[in-house]
Design a protein around this ligand. Structure first.
Ligand SMILES: *[C@@H]1O[C@H](CO)[C@@H](O)[C@H](O)[C@H]1NC(C)=O
Ligand SMILES: *[C@@H]1O[C@H](CO)[C@@H](O)[C@H](O)[C@H]1NC(C)=O
Ligand SMILES: *[C@@H]1O[C@H](CO)[C@@H](O)[C@H](O)[C@H]1NC(C)=O
Ligand SMILES: *[C@@H]1O[C@H](CO)[C@@H](O)[C@H](O)[C@H]1NC(C)=O
Ligand SMILES: *[C@@H]1O[C@H](CO)[C@@H](O)[C@H](O)[C@H]1NC(C)=O
Ligand SMILES: *[C@@H]1O[C@H](CO)[C@@H](O)[C@H](O)[C@H]1NC(C)=O
Ligand SMILES: *[C@@H]1O[C@H](CO)[C@@H](O)[C@H](O)[C@H]1NC(C)=O
Length: 400
């Protein structure tokens, strides 16, 4: 009996020691001497953060950072963050690695050599935010030869090119990644217009799900722009020069979330308002510095709307009672709004017919509006207040 227990203890001890030995065999890359490394508890992968460490590409490319030259074992690098490292143009080719995220934010990059990322076939996210890129050659994202495929970067799903100096894109820019890419961020680039080449480049991304075009100085979307990206769910057009909501949004197929903040629309009317987007669930329309009126039927094409953010529009005085209502077979129909944020506008009254079932809301924010106490608003006290108290007592009490 005792012998058995001792034997068991020995076995357990042996296992522990063995596990330790296995763990020790995984060496860390010398990059960890310069950068801070965090290792994954469940595996040998390491996350490397070199933010603000002044490095050169030459140093990063050094083979000894990627492979133990004695054993020829490659290091397990999961993510590599090279933010603000003063690297400059991306010349040559990045070393072969299984890393999944590469972050080049803020490095004064102007150009990227052809095939630069080709050996990063496991990279799913590439961040090139806040650089000085004004032109990208069509082979910048060219990958490796693969049968039946056009030199793909086969894992790349998220590409962030925001905060650069792009004003156009080569029409073939995404040809090697257009069958993989799902998220494209082009915000904060001075496009001014989406020319034909740019439109072709974006239109070719078959499975695009999220497109960010905020602060690109555009005022129009090209006709049928949303016809090709069949899977687009999220679109950001905030911070641009739209004086009306683009009609071509009605070509979208599965658009669910639209950011339309900070555009210079004065009065949203049936004509300048939203076309029919029957799939849209979430709308953000805040910081519209010039918006005064949301008129009748201006939003009634948004038949599936669930979440509405109309906030921080300093001049917005009126939302027409019929803004959301449409008629079908002589009956009035409202979208199924559940979340309504109307904070920080200049609204003095709210019509009870704006929404059909206020009691169906599960989120409501009416703060910071100059609500008046006139008769037309009596329902707000009698009907809406109890509902509001029920949804969020703290917020409701700010209104009393
Ligand atoms: C390479 O691996 C050997 C054997 O595991 C180890 O002794 C050596 O320190 C490693 N070299 C570096 C640079 O990590
Ligand atoms: C490592 O690779 C080099 C070059 O491919 C080769 O010459 C060397 O024999 C390899 N060493 C080991 C330990 O496999
Ligand atoms: C990448 O991972 C594969 C499979 O896990 C492995 O065989 C290969 O050596 C790794 N390549 C590099 C460069 O780490
Ligand atoms: C890299 O990707 C290949 C193919 O998708 C996969 O088999 C492999 O496990 C990945 N390697 C790592 C280390 O993630
Ligand atoms: C979108 O609007 C345009 C212009 O009003 C119209 O010609 C087109 O038929 C509409 N498309 C859809 C899918 O509703
Ligand atoms: C916008 O609507 C307001 C209120 O109805 C009206 O006074 C104003 O003239 C309109 N402005 C424009 C540019 O249509
Ligand atoms: C009420 O709203 C405030 C501000 O949005 C939020 O912080 C709080 O969690 C909400 N309370 C409830 C009970 O939902």
């Amino acid at each position: 009996m005792n012998n058995l227990i001792i034997f068991n203890i020995i076995v357990v001890l042996f296992l522990i020691i063995n596990i330790k030995i296995i763990k020790c065999e995984i060496e860390e890359t010398p990059l960890c001497l310069k950068c801070s490394c965090t290792s994954d508890e469940n595996g040998p992968e390491v996350d490397i953060d070199c933010t603000d460490d002044m490095l050169t590409l030459e140093f990063i490319y050094d083979q000894r950072n990627w492979i133990n030259t004695t054993t020829n074992h490659t290091y397990y690098i999961s993510t590599l963050n090279l933010k603000s490292s003063d690297l400059g143009d991306l010349r040559g080719q990045f070393p072969e690695s299984n890393l999944t995220l590469l972050d080049f934010t803020d490095n004064l990059i102007r150009t990227i050599d052809d095939n630069y990322f080709a050996k990063l076939q496991n990279m799913s996210e590439l961040v090139l935010t806040r650089n000085e890129i004004d032109r990208l050659k069509p082979d910048a994202f060219k990958g490796l030869r693969m049968d039946g495929d056009n030199y793909p970067l086969r894992s790349l799903k998220i590409l962030k090119l925001n905060k650069n100096r792009l004003h156009t894109l080569h029409q073939d820019l995404f040809e090697h990644i257009e069958e993989r890419l799902e998220v494209l961020d082009l915000s904060d680039n001075p496009f001014k217009v989406l020319d034909q080449q740019t439109t072709i480049a974006i239109g070719g991304i078959i499975y695009l799900k999220e497109l960010y075009l905020g602060s690109t100085q555009i005022k129009k979307l090209p006709e049928h722009f949303l016809h090709t990206p069949k899977y687009l769910k999220v679109l950001d057009l905030s911070g641009n020069n739209f004086i009306e909501v683009p009609e071509t949004l009605n070509d979208s197929h599965v658009l669910e979330v639209l950011y339309f903040n900070n555009n210079p629309i004065v009065n949203l009317t049936k004509d300048s308002g939203f076309p029919s987007i029957s799939t849209l669930k979430v709308l953000h329309m805040c910081n519209m510095l010039e918006l005064q009126l949301i008129g009748e039927k201006s939003m009634n094409g948004l038949t599936s709307l669930e979440e509405v953010h109309i906030c921080n529009n300093n001049l917005l005085q009126e939302i027409d009672a019929g803004a959301f209502t449409r008629e079908e077979f002589e009956t009035e129909i409202w979208p199924p709004i559940k979340k309504l944020h109307l904070r920080d506008n200049k609204l003095t009254n709210l019509d009870r017919h704006l929404i059909l079932h206020w009691e169906n809301l599960n989120d409501l924010d009416l703060r910071f509006n100059p609500w008046t106490c006139e008769c037309e608003n009596e329902w707000m006290v009698d009907v809406l207040m109890p509902i509001y108290l029920n949804i969020n007592e703290t917020l409701a009490k700010t209104l009393q």
